[in-house]
Design a protein around this ligand. Structure first.
Ligand code: ZN
Length: 483
C-alpha cells in the first residue's frame, strides 16, 4: 500500500511540474501582432508592377529547350525598374538573370544576394476564379495569377527595394546581387549556371535570401499568432527503383509471390514500418520551443515538455502532420510503377520507383542501406537512379539569421521568427560553394488559402503584403552594410 501511495505521490509531483512549466510559459507578442499599416496607393502601384510580371506566361518544363519567353520577361523588367537596370551590371548565365550593383568596396564585406526564380509551374485553367495569367487585381486588393507567390512576388519586391534605395542616392559598401533563375521548378541548369558564373568571378557571398518560408498566421494548426518562418535546413533528394523479377507467363495459373504482390507487400511494409531514424534535431526543437508559448492547451503541455514527451511526439507526428514528420526523418514516397504490357500476362519484371528526401541526421548511405535490406527481404532488387545530399545547415544562432530576425522585428513588430526544415527543394541548394548562410525566406505575409495555392489553383497575394516586403529588403540591405 505504501508503494502504491508513493507512486501516486510521484505522479502527482510530475503532473505539477508539467503544469507549472506549461503555465510559466507566457504567450509572446506574436499572439496579438497585427500586420503593418500600409499606404493603399503604394500597395496599388506595387500590385500593378507584379500584375505586369504575372501576365507574362513563364511556365518552364524540362521538355522545352526554348528559353525565349524568359528572355522576353527579362527584357520587360527595365521599364518597371529603370534605376536598377541603369546602375547594375547585367548578365544572363543559363538564360537566367544576374544583377550586380557594385559597392564602394570600403566595408571589406562579402556581397549580399537576394534571390528568386521567375519560371512557374503549369496552370490548368479550370478552377481559377481569375485566369492564371490575367494578373487581375480584385476589389479586395488581391493580385491573381500563377507565380504571384512562387516567386514573382519576391522578385518584384527585391527589385523595387533596390529601385527605391537607388532613388534615395544609396550606394552600398559591399556588392549587392540579385539573381533569378528560369528553371527552378524542375531543378534545371539555370541556377547552376548562375553559380558557375559567380564562381568564375571568385564571388563568395556573406549572406543570401531565397524563397522558402514566408510569413504565416497560425503556421501550424494550434499555434496562434504571426510568424516569419525561415528555412535553415534543406533536405537531400533521391530517386530509387525497386525491381521484382518472376517467371512471367500466362495469368490463368499465377501461383504465389509474383512480382506485383511482392512490390505491394514491400511498399506496405515501408509505409507501415518506416526504416528511417526519427529525431527531434536542435533546429526542430528550436522551432517548437519558439512556438510553444502560443500553443493551445494540450498541445502546449506536450511541446513545453519535450524532455518528457519527445518520444511520444516522434511516434505520433506521422499521423498528425506529414509535413511535421518530414522535418524529423528521411521520407520515401512511391511515385511510379510498371507491370507487364498485357492485361492477361504476368510480368517477368515489374518495378516501382520511390522519391526520397534525405534528412541531415542520417547519412544517405545509411538510409539507402536500410531500404535495400527491406527490399531484399521481399525479394526485390534496388537501383539508385539519382541522389544528392542535404544542404549544409544554416546556423540559426549565427549573424545572418540574427540580422534577419532584427530586420523582421523592425518591419513586422511583435511577429515571431522561427527556423524550420525545408521539406521541398530550392535553387539555394546549388549555392553551397559560394555561400555558407543561405536563408530560405520571402518576407511576404500570406494566408492559408494563398499558401495552399502555390503549385495549385487560385494563386494570389494581397497587395497590402507587398509594401512591408519591399521595406524588409530595403532595411536588410542597409542593415547588412551597417552591421
Ligand atoms: Zn515552385
Amino acid at each position: 500500500m505504501t508503494v502504491f501511495y508513493g507512486v501516486l505521490l510521484l505522479l502527482a509531483a510530475l503532473l505539477i511540474v508539467l503544469l507549472v512549466r506549461t503555465a510559466s510559459m507566457k504567450p509572446t507578442p506574436a499572439l496579438h501582432a497585427e500586420p503593418p499599416r500600409v499606404d493603399p496607393a503604394r500597395a496599388r502601384s506595387y500590385a500593378e508592377k507584379l500584375s505586369a510580371m504575372v501576365r507574362q506566361e513563364t511556365v518552364s518544363s524540362r521538355f522545352d529547350p526554348d528559353r525565349s519567353k524568359f528572355e522576353r520577361f527579362q527584357v520587360s523588367l527595365p521599364s518597371l525598374f529603370p534605376k536598377v537596370f541603369a546602375a547594375c551590371e547585367v548578365a544572363h548565365p543559363g538564360a537566367g538573370l544576374v544583377l550586380r550593383l557594385p559597392g564602394r568596396g570600403a566595408s571589406g564585406k562579402e556581397p549580399i544576394l537576394l534571390m528568386s526564380h521567375h519560371d512557374v509551374v503549369a496552370a490548368p485553367e479550370q478552377g481559377w476564379e481569375h485566369p492564371p495569367f490575367s494578373g487581375d487585381i480584385d476589389a479586395e486588393g488581391r493580385v491573381w495569377g500563377r507565380g504571384t507567390a512562387d516567386t514573382k512576388g519576391s522578385l518584384m519586391c527585391e527589385l523595387q527595394a533596390l529601385e527605391e534605395l537607388l532613388e534615395a542616392g544609396w550606394q552600398p559598401g559591399a556588392d549587392v546581387y540579385i539573381t533569378s533563375s528560369c528553371t527552378e521548378e524542375w531543378s534545371g541548369d539555370s541556377a547552376p549556371a548562375i553559380v558557375a558564373y559567380l564562381k568564375e568571378r571568385h564571388v563568395h557571398l556573406g549572406m543570401l535570401v531565397d524563397e522558402g518560408g514566408m510569413i504565416l498566421k497560425e503556421p501550424i494548426a494550434g499555434v496562434k499568432g504571426r510568424y516569419c518562418v525561415v528555412g535553415v535546413l534543406e533536405k537531400g533528394y533521391g530517386d530509387v527503383k525497386f525491381i521484382a523479377r518472376g517467371k512471367g507467363g500466362h495469368a490463368s495459373a499465377p501461383g504465389r509471390n509474383t512480382p506485383l504482390p511482392r512490390l505491394g507487400a514491400f511498399m506496405n511494409d515501408v509505409e507501415k514500418h518506416s526504416p528511417f531514424r526519427v529525431e527531434i534535431t536542435p533546429a526542430v526543437r528550436e522551432m517548437f520551443s519558439r512556438m510553444a508559448p502560443n500553443m493551445s492547451f494540450p498541445m502546449k503541455l506536450v511541446f513545453a515538455n519535450l524532455w518528457l514527451f519527445g518520444p511520444l511526439v516522434k511516434k505520433l507526428m506521422p499521423a498528425i502532420s506529414p509535413a511535421g514528420a518530414a522535418m524529423m526523418q528521411t521520407t520515401c514516397a512511391f511515385t511510379t510503377a510498371k507491370g507487364s504490357d498485357g492485361l492477361n500476362v504476368l510480368p517477368s519484371e515489374a518495378y516501382v520507383t520511390a522519391n526520397l528526401r534525405f534528412i541531415h541526421h542520417q547519412p544517405n548511405e545509411e538510409s539507402l542501406a536500410l531500404l535495400r535490406k527491406r527490399a531484399e527481404k521481399h525479394g526485390l532488387e534496388m537501383e539508385v537512379l539519382y541522389q544528392d545530399h542535404p544542404c549544409k545547415p544554416v546556423d540559426y544562432q549565427g549573424a545572418p539569421f540574427k540580422l534577419l530576425e532584427k530586420v523582421a522585428g523592425e518591419i513586422y513588430p511583435g511577429y515571431g521568427v522561427v527556423p524550420y526544415v525545408m521539406t521541398g527543394g530550392t535553387d539555394a541548394k546549388y549555392y553551397g560553394d559560394v555561400c555558407d548562410d543561405a536563408l530560405r525566406f520571402a518576407p511576404i505575409e500570406i494566408d492559408a488559402q494563398q499558401y495552399a495555392s502555390i503549385h495549385g489553383v487560385n494563386e494570389n497575394l494581397y497587395a497590402a503584403a507587398l509594401p512591408p516586403a519591399v521595406d524588409f529588403y530595403k532595411t536588410l540591405l542597409r542593415a547588412y552594410d551597417a552591421n
